[in-house]
Design a protein. Structure first.
Length: 94
């Protein structure tokens, strides 16, 4: 199995191939994209939670993988905007 970082990089490469463009940080377009990504994240988490409620293994996996894909792009956007995502992750692990 590939490590998580390779999956993350593959998601970013896939976004590039799909012509997903990066907006200028803090522009209204950037915030709209952040709003969309977070709304999609909530939707996919809800899908995973519903799957868990109904013991649906297929939908659970789908929801979790979709959540990872969306979260990967969201993390990339924040890093490109200058957010210290790595530092924030390390801080909660301390």
């Amino acid at each position: 199995m590939k490590d998580l970082y390779n999956h993350y990089k593959n998601v970013l490469d896939w976004n590039t191939k799909c012509n997903v463009r990066d907006e200028s940080p803090d522009s209204i377009e950037w915030w709209r994209t952040i709003d969309l990504q977070t709304a999609l994240l909530v939707e996919e988490c809800q899908e995973a939670q519903n799957a868990a409620t109904f013991c649906d293994k297929v939908e659970l996996l789908d929801g979790v993988v979709d959540t990872f894909v969306i979260l990967s792009k969201l993390r990339d956007m924040l890093e490109k905007a200058g957010y210290d995502v790595e530092g924030a992750i390390e801080a909660i692990q301390a």
